[in-house]
Design a protein around this ligand. Sequence first.
Ligand code: SF4
Length: 550
Amino acid sequence: MAAATTTSPAAGRLPFSPHPNANPVRLSSRASLKTPSKPVSLHLRHLTVPSAAGAAAPYPDSFSSSIPDLLSDKPRDECGVVGIIGDPDASYLCSVALHALQHRGQEGAGIVSTHRPSSDSPVSLRSVTGLGLVSQVFQDKSKFDYLSGSAAIGHVRYSTAGSASSLANVQPFLAGYRFGQLAVAHNGNLVNYSSLRASLEDSGSIFNTSSDTEVILHLIANSNSRPLISRIVDACEALQGAYSLVFLTKNKLFAARDPYGFRPLVLGRLRRPSRAIVFASETCALDLIEADYEREVNPGEVIFVDGHDLSISSLCLMPPKPRKACIFEHIYFALPNSIVFGRAVYSSRYSFGSTLAKESPVANADVVIPVPDSGFYAALGYASHSGVPFQQGLIRSHYVGRTFIQPEQNIRDLAVRLKLAPVKGILEGKSVVVVDDSIVRGTTSSKIVRLIKDAGAREVHMRIASPPIVGSCYYGVDTPRSEELISNKMDVEGVRNAIGCDSLAFLSLESLRNLLGKEAPSYCDACFSGNYPVPPMENEADRLLAEEEE
Ligand code: SF4
């Protein structure tokens, strides 16, 4: 562990002061990977908030959250995290920032904030989480009175590990342990989760959730190091895979990013007089709460901010590895108004489209249309370079509620038609170039082709602004198993035939790398190339085991 810039945080035992409405579940960890000098205990809170009547009322566990996205043949976003310290409206600002990150996860949302009832009371941490969208979980504004402190962390969840429908898996996780309270929110996926968990359970740890994030809390609780930042470093050194993390204690905010920097995490500062410090998964969250972007949290870095004076200190987690930032953030995940890994997402998508037009033109095309919304900016680039007019030949409905569609396959087929309406006046009799960001299973693409042909298009030419996806992701993006990926099973002509279009072309991997220039080696493109920066051995072993059991 190499120190970059450090100031010594005050080491000390954090007083544990449980909130009367909390319903802690005691987790015991009798021993650990690094055996502690004495038994430790970890209390992971059931997440409760007073009802209107003031009584503790858990959020219903039955809220429908596992409804597939209506255009579900896409890799699924990972999660989004936010941390704010130094502003009296921290939890409210956190919720606004989470709104900006809603595209990164729609299954659940939560905020943990500091709370001090009076100047002579101890500070404690409080939590509100729920299944559903940020606007649903925080519809009742009295929750911000409950989350009243000047520091908060937040999370929007899409499950890449752990059951999607379980409220217990919704973050941030708030735990009590021998040094006080600690909350964590995580974006990413740990490739060695199963072995870490097995090791911790063999040593006596009891887990409350099926989320990989919980192992991080156990590892921190079991570390003998002092102060907390050293325990966080100890824990991170045991983790393999992708993690962008924010932690909150009663007076400090921490942010950490894995040594490869798979998932984004940025640092900014509010323009308000408070000049509060903000961490967020994407810069679009900073923009919405009027914070200035300052820099990325570097791969392998742990930053902590002291709540008393907002001083920032930084540690380098471990010897730096070559950065492997996820290129899919630029292809699909991040909002186009974000700056991710130092690049403007809008410009990336536009250039992917214009290069695709150069590589794979369509002779005598009449119109270029995007698959909304994911293909929009690449289609603009394609149209601009090709000189073929850009039109919105598919209109996306924004009013089909998630709960309107049930997950059964026969109804899901209807979902594309409910979500996308063809514009006959644009498509009828035309040779149409349809631009999308990616093809995963191919199921949605075939429905879109049929939709456009049914609207009277003469020819449909699919152009995909990324290379064929041939492998699963093990770093926090939910992709189907490799054998379910259509480009893993067949070549481009086979895919064209399967989805029923007149021609099909993907952006080549070579062109994608050329567009990234000298930064190309610092991006992960494993789902296109099969070059996995961290071997996915554990996941493959789990998969083979699951197949054996089937
Ligand atoms: Fe991103 Fe693909 Fe790498 Fe996963 S495998 S981190 S989706 S580029």
